[in-house]
Ligand binder design. Structure first.
Ligand code: SAH
Length: 358
């Protein structure tokens, strides 16, 4: 619940207005999961709350940790649907990659999540819940002032956040509240495949950093990689970026570009990329393709990525290459979820075989 909803709920429950603030503090600043632990509340009030409400986290059904420290959780919601959340520690920060939908409708041809059939929007609670689970696992309650392991949030997990705009906006409002989880909007990045009509609203109403999954410099190729391009082609997408509220040289838009061998990785395409980005406060994130079983794509060779990066860098753009992380765990977005589904299908078969021999 957001602040307003919590205040309304408490008013209807017959509690004084300051109770809502106290609850907010216990839930989002202290991370308490049990009303009994809310020691500033009268005992009988705690009992009344516990009788009427629940403080629940998404259930962790699998947890993986890479030798490089990357942690991936598979989380299950009450309806049985599952999503992935990933924590990526680096020397100067720790980023949590959060999902916005179960599955995805976009079917980008190189993305594993696009192969999953079931799709639904996550609720605001399910989005915030991912961050709270990570805070639990990292032992970061109450919300630390400094030396956090979870400093940044990126909406780069499963799903298209702008196709779940209202819930994502409500969730991020809770996440940004300085008296709660307190993650500043400057540390939050929303990644979109390019839902052009909502980009402006994202800047004006949520105010977080924007990342755009570009991945190609011609409509012909982008139509194949990111089919949403047929609806919102490159030129319209870049026009929306040009007027993104709050972007400046100090706050650049990130353009994500997945490096696919022989598909989009030539120096000529790097030069065209630079030309397209002219006039936009931009940085370019080159992402080595993360292969998954059954994909026809391969990751570009390292020297090809370097050549590409050099062209972008020489044109004055920061162009860091994302170091592949968590290669020893199921790294591609959606892979852990699929692997688990396969496992349970196999388990189901085994069970059926057992039932038949019985
Ligand atoms: N729907 C949003 C956010 C989710 S994906 C979007 O498209 O931006 C986050 C990023 O990971 C996107 O840039 C996406 O294109 C990229 N991505 C997806 N699958 C990948 C893979 N197998 N290897 C590398 N990057 C991938």
């Amino acid at each position: 619940m957001g602040r307003a909803a919590l205040a309304e709920e408490m008013a209807a429950f017959g509690a004084e207005p300051f109770r809502a603030r106290q609850l907010w503090h216990w839930i989002y600043h202290r991370g308490v999961t049990d009303f009994a632990g809310m020691t500033t509340l009268a005992k009988n009030f705690r009992a009344r709350l516990a009788a009427r409400y629940e403080l629940r986290r998404p259930e962790v059904t699998r947890a993986q940790e890479s030798v490089d420290g990357t942690r991936k959780w598979l989380l299950r919601f009450p309806d049985g649907q599952e999503v992935e959340t990933v924590h990526i520690p680096e020397s100067d920060r720790g980023t949590l990659c959060v999902s916005s939908q179960v599955g995805c409708t976009l079917n980008c041809s190189f993305c594993h999540t696009g192969t999953q059939r079931l799709v639904r929007n996550l609720t605001a609670a399910e989005i915030v819940g991912q961050i709270m689970v990570a805070r639990d696992a990292l032992g970061e309650w109450p919300s630390p002032q400094e030396d956090r392991q979870l400093t940044n949030v990126v909406l780069m997990g499963m799903g298209e956040p702008l196709y779940n705009f209202d819930n994502v906006a409500a969730a991020l409002k809770i996440v940004m509240d300085p008296e709660g989880l307190a993650i500043s909007r400057r540390k939050i990045t929303l990644s979109t495949a390019g839902v052009v009509p909502l980009i402006q609203r994202c800047g004006a109403e949520i105010g977080v950093n924007l990342a755009v999954s570009l991945h190609a410099v011609t409509d012909e190729l982008r139509d194949r990689l990111v089919p949403l391009n047929k609806k919102y082609p490159i030129r319209e997408l870049l026009d929306a970026c040009r007027t993104y509220p709050g972007s400046s040289n100090a706050r650049r838009i990130t353009f994500e570009y997945v490096m696919l061998k022989g598909v989009n990785d030539s120096p000529a395409e790097a030069r065209e990329l630079v030309r397209l980005l002219k006039g936009i406060p931009a940085k370019v994130n080159l992402i080595p393709f993360n292969p998954w079983p059954g994909t026809a794509y391969e990751c570009s060779d390292w020297d090809q990525i370097e050549k590409f990066s050099e062209v972008v860098f020489d044109a004055g753009y920061a162009s860091p290459v994302r170091t592949p992380r968590g290669r020893d765990i199921l790294a591609a977005c959606g892979q852990l979820k699929s692997a688990t589904e396969k496992l349970s299908a196999r388990e189901r078969l085994a069970l059926r075989a057992m039932a038949m021999t019985d």
